[in-house]
Design a protein around this ligand. Sequence first.
Ligand code: EPZ
Length: 419
Amino acid sequence: MEKIIITGGNKLRGEVNISAAKNSVLPIIVASILCPEKIIIENAPMLEDVVVICDLLRELNCDVDLSNHNGNLNINTENLRPIDTNCELIRKIRASFLLMGPMLARFKYCKLSLPGGCNIGSRPIDLHLKGLKALGADISSGHGIIEARAEKLYGNRIYLDFPSVGATENIMMAAVLAKGTTIIENAAEEPEIWDLANFLNLMGAKIEGAGTGKIIIDGVISLKGISYKPIYDRIEAGTFMIAAAMTNSIIKVNGINKDHIRPLMEKLKECGIIFIEENYSVIVDGRGIKKPVDIKTMPYPGFPTDMQPQMMSFLSMVEGSSMITETVFENRFMHVAELARMGAKIKIDGRTAYVEGVKCITGCEVKATDLRAGAAMILAGLVAEGITEVKDIYHIDRGYVDIEEKIRKLGANIIRVQE
Ligand code: EPZ
């Protein structure tokens, strides 16, 4: 096992290049199942979750080549066989359940083990199944396995009780080859939904309205192989913006779509952070006085739940009282206990955390309890007095490429070691 060791107190300076968005690349890789031709995904991030989903496609007899030198991922699903596997890989990552829609579209059959929950919540799939049933799938489950089959998939109108990102993606991928028109109402509006639809449209799909609450998909007969460059990772970018804010530094973040990251930037401006915006970059000036703020996580375009732990790290060090309400996941406060070990003053009442800023936190041994909580602990270590050891960093590697390398290049005293 590995851990990350940080000696706090260094200022940051220089530039950081943001990788492609994990939550775009994963569904785009899965969507390659819809087209038995060669597909190239450019600038693919070497993330643990990407490696797992690629291994899964290989298990299903696809050719997948993640070439290191140019970061291109070459996929050919021509020899893909219908999934009938309960393989361990499926249970490893939640995104594996996105296989259901495209496998149904291609083979009219799919058998998957139920995706594990994870520590941030139960992660149900009822909305995924509601949508796939509406398109004509018969779904049965038992012994931890979900089996779906359909004579044919037909377009339909589907209302999502919650704008679920995964359910929107699964239904959209199943609908692109269905007969007729599908309308998804109360669809998720995250930029990664737009990116997946853009990828599918360039392959020949007919999808309108992605990125809004109403998506219209006209089914087509087939798709063609393309080369595609996914959008940048707005959550990684936000994590580095908060690193500048916490260390009172000025850095340049390259790889930004300002519309995608607007909710976070507006909140950080309220805290006193200054941004100098350029085309696809932004200079983040975190040297000023910081002010406490209240945050409520919401589906896009609200404040992103994936930035909640990192923001809590930051607000733990901002004098005054801040309130953070987590409305998306029911158990996304596990980083609070870890921050408290370092001296943060945070009280939880249901889905709300009350943060009292402290002048100083001290380094100690802490755990990454999940992906974004792990990032929050690294951020805390950057400003803690003394040495912070972050364990269970496999969580962090699921969603950040070489995070300690990128932070070290900005001037932090941070290393990764074997435990
Ligand atoms: C995606 O997860 C992201 N993961 C998550 O990022 C992100 O936090 C989440 O969207 C919200 O933005 C990927 O894209 C791989 P949801 P997903 O379905 O699709 C409820 C990260 O750190 N729900 O929008 O699983 C569910 O319980 C990860 O990068 C149902 O009730 O999220 C949750 O409360 C963490 N029924 C809420 O919706 C369903 O059928 C949000 O879930 C599906 C979801």
